[in-house]
Design a protein around this ligand. Sequence first.
Ligand code: DGJ
Length: 736
Amino acid sequence: MPANDSLIHVIGEPPLFFLQSPGSSYVMGVHPQGTLCHLHWGAPVAPDQGMASLLNIPRRAFSTVVRHENGEPVPLDILPTEYPTANTGDFGSPAIDAEHADGTRGLRLAYAGHRLFRGKPSLSGLPATYVESDDEAETLEVDLRDEPSGLIVTLSYTVFAGRNAIARSARITNTGPRPLTLRRALSAAIDFAARPFEMIHLPGSWARERWLERQPLHSGEQWVGSRRGASGHQHHPFFALVTPGTGEEHGEAYGFSLVYSGNHLGGVDVDQYHRSRALTGLHPEGFAWRLETGEAFQTPEAILVHSRSGLGGLSGTYHRLYRERLVRGLWRDRERPVLINNWEGTYFKFTEDKLVAIATAAAGLGCELFVLDDGWFGERNGPETSLGDWIVNLSKLPSGLDGLARRIGEQGLMFGLWFEPEMVSVRSRLHTEHPDWCLHLPGRPRTESRFQLVLDFSRAEVVDTVYRQMEAVLSSAPIRYLKWDMNRHLTEVASAVLPAERQGETAHRHLLGVYALLERILQRFPDLLIEGCSGGGGRYDPGMLFYTPQIWCSDNSDAIARLRIQHGTSLIYPPCTMGAHVSAVPNHQMHRSPSMRTRGHVALAGVFGFELDLTSLDEADHAEAIALTRLAKTTRHLLRHGDLHRLANPFTEDAAAWMLVLPDATEALVTHVTILASPNWFDGRLRLRGLDPAALYRSCHGPSGEWRGDFLHHVGLPVKLERDFESTVWHLRRAF
Ligand code: DGJ
């Protein structure tokens, strides 16, 4: 028998499984006929045999049934199947579809056993959440077997102590005598009873990533996904189902976040009984994975989060889990350096002396890291050439990377470098020497984007070559930071070396190659801080966070546009993962000119940095930039450890506001930005959250004052609404 404080309880025969989190329960049961059914996910229920009554599902008119061995009909199109299959009586969207050696399709999965253990296993070759000790989690594995083929699906559920999150994935093993091909292998499915859910997701585009959309569910299928070979700017590997009226603090919310950076599909199929089947996983289109006898396929992990305290509760669970047990390595717990990146300051047009001048100016502000962006290698003076030829351009940088890093180091700054490892320029030595190393369809034109092609990372020798090139560069100079960019999506997805029956594996194998390269670089350079990037925030996903503790949020560096981008991103991702820079005005993307202070206040919501030519600041902006850098440094522990509260919504209001508060409520950083001013407003008040109501807080930055926590919660800080783009930051400390 499990101990009372166990996270997973198994009772009865056939078994009922109770996965117990602090604020929720997830319950499954095995139907006497063998199907594993989903019974409940929501508010906590005690482990009790009464749940088995939910398995007594009467058939309806027109039901498909299978006969139980006692002769009873079991209605397969009504059972809330935990991992639904195709072509065998469940007409909803399946989680798995397999083609047998004779070309026929169909599986019927029946419970075949389970295992319970402490801790959480890693997923070989895939990014995943982890634990540091076995006390932090318990894992349940349930085997489902398709008798005729010998296919075994092992569903894995990890429950984390103290977190309302469950990690789910599936391992699919062919134990039968003949090969078969997986046509669909999703990570998770949940059948919800009829409820009037709304769906929240995060669509966007380049420079407009992760805008928040919310619509009521309708009958039928509603999906978001990517077929681009990357998680993409356009649709995010995340969606949430919420009850109507759910806000930041109230309402029930269910989150589905896929730990994956490639093609993905997520969404809901609402059936004839108004029940919602939520699914998330690898996009099935173009996917076909052959399993020979004895081979297994591991799906990516999905992180399911339940909240009864609205979107704020949902985000809080994701933030803590992702910053504590997805991000890893040295930089997980380290405060991130304030950086200066030269991209928007110089683009491709720079000299060594110009870079050193920018670094010198940055040192004067208090910056700690200089990042040399695109254009340092081959003949790269524009986007047309040289990706793949990772050799320093000595006509631009006569002292080489080492010499430049030394000169930057003399200013007291660390040195960082940009790479785009997965790509090759059509005009490059690498492509001339190895024209078949990119993804392409034989005998067909190769679609270019930004003059580049995608290297075929499903090939070990390609990954090896890029690793060796990177290793040589990274060990040639004291490089402490790497910006890992990816500036086009995948087309003509095919590999020159995979056999015909395995071509459908290319996209996933390619991504496994990307992950393998990231892992190898981290093993070789464990101190390296890697910032992910993909034309801005086009690959900002939990998969990349496993390797890159921070990700450039968007190429849109306009402070006002960033309010929505950062708000949407914060639904899942903690602020300490979001790269956010102060750039020049008029802004290069939006042509707006918010003040240096407002640009800085918005960048303080993420990993703070600058991205402009600092040698040309006027006196006032220079002084402001010094003050902002100081503030970024004195408050960055709040970014690392603080809980985020979104106080105003820039999608629905003419303002944005948020605060970070330490878990012990001793300190908070509060930001308010007016977007468009309102005429003749008397007063504005910003109500705070997460403070100690009985404590007194003193402002140690921003407008001065002393307020009790309950006053700040229920009355609020006075805010200015008179001027467009005006912002205020308060750094509050508990006085007693
Ligand atoms: C896209 C990135 O988002 C930019 O920040 C910059 O690094 C360019 N690529 C360089 O080509």
